[in-house]
Ligand binder design. Structure first.
Ligand SMILES: Cc1cc2nc3c(=O)[nH]c(=O)nc-3n(C[C@H](O)[C@H](O)[C@H](O)COP(=O)(O)O)c2cc1C
Length: 208
């Protein structure tokens, strides 16, 4: 069983990574593989809405960045944590550009897999950031994993995050809940419980 944790910061070992490592350690102690994937700090393309992914069997037409790697890793993962720093009270533009393309081309890789979002801020904008990230889950049939507080840490430097005792506790509790949910889903599958088949066909612009 594997959880893929995305670091949407431009800092390889910044505050977001510090929080993700706290989660990964608890998952690994519970016997669940945890891979932290740094989304990088190179320029990244936004979705061009070309629609070519509809004919490319689950891949983005632009194959020169990390997007198709994320989709491939998502196909092999059982759960997800999306982590972002707060930039002007929203997630990083990097993680949004990547996730827009990942979900538009590779939505199939996510359905019925549990997921959580975490945010790192110096001070404010965390709940708006979490709200944006969680919207990928709730349009993709993904159970949302929660914790004992909204899933945020505070800091400008990683050392600040290490002093945020409640933030780190919230990360650990999130990880325990993720491990529990994954085990429940595994037990359900072993007992013959299949994910529901979603209805499709109705796709309207408001009412027509
Ligand atoms: C462009 C930019 C915008 C930021 N906007 C906010 C903000 O709105 N609220 C906040 O509390 N911190 C803000 N910050 C600070 C970062 O969110 C904070 O330092 C975060 O913990 C950095 O995480 P990282 O080390 O993983 O990149 C901003 C930082 C940058 C670079």
């Amino acid at each position: 069983m594997k959880v893929l944790l995305l670091n949407g910061s431009s800092h390889l070992h910044g505050c977001t990574d510090t929080a993700l490592r706290e989660i990964a350690a608890v998952l690994e102690a519970a016997g669940i593989e945890a891979e932290i994937l740094f989304l990088g700090n190179e320029p990244v393309r936004d979705c061009t809405a070309c629609g070519a992914c509809k004919t490319l069997s689950g891949r983005c037409v632009f194959d020169d960045d990390i997007v198709n790697q994320v989709i491939a890793k998502a196909e092999a993962a059982d759960g997800f944590v999306f982590g972002s720093p707060v930039y002007y009270a929203h997630p990083s533009g990097r993680i949004l550009s990547i996730l827009d393309r990942v979900f538009y081309a590779g939505k199939h890789a996510f359905a019925h897999k549990p997921a959580a979002a975490i945010a790192s801020a110096r001070r404010a904008g965390t709940t708006a950031t979490l709200d944006v990230l969680q919207k990928y889950f709730t349009i993709s049939q993904m159970p949302v994993v929660s914790s004992t507080y909204w899933t945020m840490v505070h800091g400008k430097q990683p050392e600040d995050v290490l002093k945020d005792e409640e933030g780190l506790q919230t990360m650990r509790n999130l990880a325990s809940n993720m491990a529990w949910m994954l085990r429940c889903i595994e037990a359900g599958k072993a007992a013959g419980i299949q994910p529901p088949q979603a209805e499709s066909g109705a796709r309207t612009n408001f009412i027509r």
